[in-house]
Design a protein around this ligand. Sequence first.
Ligand code: IPD
Ligand code: CA
Ligand code: CA
Length: 265
Amino acid sequence: MQPMLSTAVKAARRAANIITRASQDTNLLQIQHKDHNDFVTEVDRAAEATIIETLLDAYPNHAILAEESGQQGDSEYQWIIDPLDGTTNFLHGFPQYCISIALVHNGQLEQGVIYDPTRNDLFTASRGQGAFLNDRRIRVSKALKLADALIGTGFPYRDFTHLDTYMGMLRDVLQKSAGVRRPGSAALDLAYVAAGRFDGFWEIGLNKWDIAAGCLLVKEAGGLVGDFQGDDSYIDSGNIVAGTPKVFAQLLQTLAPHVTDALKA
Ligand code: IPD
Ligand code: CA
Ligand code: CA
């Protein structure tokens, strides 16, 4: 394993210890409201601090972009961190959440780790080296048709600006696919596309830390990732479609009639 990837794995496992300990009694947690339906707990913060400490211990000059503490440092290397993706699930004891860590070098995704502590599923990828689940090589599924595809998504639940647009998309994908699931952790949804558990995925308005590691996993597993026009702006816009090559194309086509100008940016 690449040294930078193994440092990220170490950081993710340390964060997982904090998260798993806290999951045993979520009633004890102090929860703060960041915004409507946007919660942060001391667990998110402690997990993030541990990850940053582990990464900067090994690479003191690297820069950081982390969900809870924002940006620090200036370097051609930047770590992008979501210490707990799926906080709402975590708070309800719904076992679908993860830690997501990615490394970008000069604007290019180089390393990605997504760790689900509830199943001990460790997803990793280094650019050009393939994607792995617990050391086993993973590839996107062989799905060729949207009609046979299981599709992951995320509902709008904080910002309802694009709710009507989203409902139109959902109505069509429900009718054209084999099924739609909303597990509640976008990073894991992308890891599931990489592992062939989902055949495709889409969501509106995600953040960099939700998707950076997952995008590398999908690509290294032979899948495609794009914005709603199939282009590359997804990391910045957070408007994202992913899937096996064939399902990606059919999902784009199905979503296209609903894509407003605001979602083309
Ligand atoms: C959220 C999850 C969710 C997605 C949201 C994200 P958080 O991240 O990934 O699946 O629908 O848009 O913000 O807040 O739990 O880290
Ligand atoms: Ca997140
Ligand atoms: Ca989070």
